[in-house]
Design a protein around this ligand. Structure first.
Ligand SMILES: Cc1ncc(COP(=O)(O)O)c(C=O)c1O
Length: 463
């Protein structure tokens, strides 16, 4: 469905896009001067409204209902372009786990990115939507037989091997006349990432094969022995929400060291090096995000120096950003259903929660919701924005400031909501997952419709 909402929104002074501080001050409040956490197209509008992609959020909430996820198509595309421009010689692969739907697959493909998938489901959605399978990388620490069979049947470009047992399983089902390209997911022994639960570069966790205990080297040797597998490189993904380039530089150094040892031991020069994703974005005004340009410079320099020292040719660099492409393009919109003042807290309960955004409950992530749709002159009050689910831990935004007169019927918008919300959404309490509406040039179109009671009951086939 395509609906034109408010196509002639008043526009702000043309100098604004060049002054991210100005946008931040207008949308995030006085005293916030850094880059805004809102999509670049976001504009404050009359009556306390905010528009994204030229579409009024209050009108969108009216038409499509809440909870609602709005995705700014141009923001996604521009973020893809930023990566392509910063890494012109590299293969940039969008990590579909951050958020995938058919439109998203089209956009990233049109912008020249590949795709990283983690299951037969993500893979089939991408391929049936026309995504070239050879541009797809399959990941997973525990790939099911169905994942591997689907990958071989659809002809994915690369399968990233994550365990020793996977090597034999994969070799056994690869057709006799085929040679599947694979990489080894290496654990380089680096602690990085915004929370213990998303640190995947350290030894002793479920992902990858360690350099320290030799399992990465062992996997390399086993793959080189398999006629039906072609080892094309090393991969690592050291964690998520990483705000500094230093861990990536260290990872490159360690992986180049391993490339050199592989050449010494096996006489094989591997042509690719994949450094995963994990680039931090700002969820609240003032939070740092990873600078993609700085990352590109430092990684390129380390790779060139390391390869020169080891007398290795430069491998093709690959990277897999997910959150940094989808996250800042999304805005979640909720209606307030109840406001409760207890002894110490004010709870503002909205019509969504942990079923559409489990991240605060999982990792204690903090967001910056904003009242939209009316102006309030009430002094701010510190409140806890909670969801509607049957868990005391169903908190969307702890200790945030909202106008003191926030009340049922108000609309709250949460920026930086495009990644790891709906892709991690659940069926808890059977409330139905929210729709995703793309906005661009004043047009709103539904990409994913709201999950209906009918959708949910259709799966329930027993008596
Ligand atoms: C192998 C791999 N690549 C890329 C990503 C994307 O990470 P991010 O969305 O933080 O960029 C992940 C995230 O879990 C991952 O596991």
């Amino acid at each position: 469905m395509t609906v034109s909402l408010h196509p002639s929104l008043p526009s702000l002074p043309s100098s604004l896009p060049g002054d991210p501080g100005a946008l931040s001050r207008l949308l995030d409040g006085a005293g916030t001067d850094g880059p805004s956490v809102w999509p670049r197209s976001a504009r404050p509008e009359a009556g306390g409204d905010v528009s994204v992609g030229g579409v009024s959020l209050t009108e969108a909430a009216d038409r499509f209902g809440t909870p609602l996820y709005v995705l700014d198509e141009q923001e996604v595309r521009e973020r893809c372009r930023t990566y392509r421009a910063a890494f012109p010689q590299a293969d940039v692969v969008y990590a579909a786990k951050a958020f995938l739907c058919r439109a998203m697959a089209h956009w990233v493909r049109e912008e020249g990115l590949g795709l990283d998938v983690c299951s037969a489901g993500e893979l089939a959605l991408a391929v049936t939507t026309g995504f070239p399978p050879e541009k797809i990388v399959l990941h997973g620490n525990a790939k099911s037989p169905e994942d591997l069979r689907t990958a071989l049947r659809l002809g994915v470009g690369v399968i990233v091997v994550d365990s020793a047992s996977e090597i034999a399983r994969l070799a056994a089902i690869t057709p006799a006349d085929a040679r599947q390209q694979v990489m080894v997911r290496v654990v380089p022994g680096i602690a990085a990432g915004g929370h213990a639960k998303v640190r995947t570069g350290t030894d002793d966790q479920k992902f990858g094969l360690s350099i320290t205990d030799g399992s990465a080297q062992h996997a390399v040797a086993r793959i080189l022995d398999q006629r039906h597998l072609e080892l094309v490189g090393l991969h690592c993904h050291i964690g998520s929400q990483i705000g500094s380039v230093k861990p990536y530089v260290t990872a490159v150094r360690r992986l180049v060291g391993l490339l050199a040892r592989i050449r010494e031991q096996h006489g094989v020069v591997l042509p690719r090096l994949n450094i995963g994703g994990g680039h931090a974005i700002a969820y609240r005004p003032g939070e740092p995000s990873l600078d993609v340009g700085v990352l590109a410079d430092r990684v390129r320099t380390e790779l060139a120096d390391g390869c020169a020292r080891a007398h290795l040719p430069l491998p093709l660099l690959m990277l897999e950003p997910g959150r940094a492409i989808a996250g800042p393009a999304g805005v979640a919109v909720y209606h307030v259903l109840a406001v409760k003042r207890t002894g110490e807290h004010t709870f503002v309960a909205v019509d969504g929660g942990m079923s559409d955004n489990p991240r605060p409950a999982l990792y204690g992530v903090r967001y910056a919701p904003r009242l939209i749709g009316r102006h309030s002159s009430a002094p701010p009050r510190t409140v806890t924005v909670v969801g509607r689910h049957c868990e005391a831990g169903d908190v969307l935004a702890d200790e945030v400031e909202l106008p003191g007169d926030v009340r049922p019927g108000d609309l709250l918008a949460v920026p930086a909501a495009g990644a790891y919300h709906l892709s991690m959404a659940s069926g808890y309490n059977l409330v139905g997952r929210p729709p995703v509406v793309a906005v661009s040039g004043g047009i709103a179109r539904v990409l994913v419709r709201r999950e209906s009671l009918d959708d949910m009951t259709r799966r329930d086939v027993g008596l």
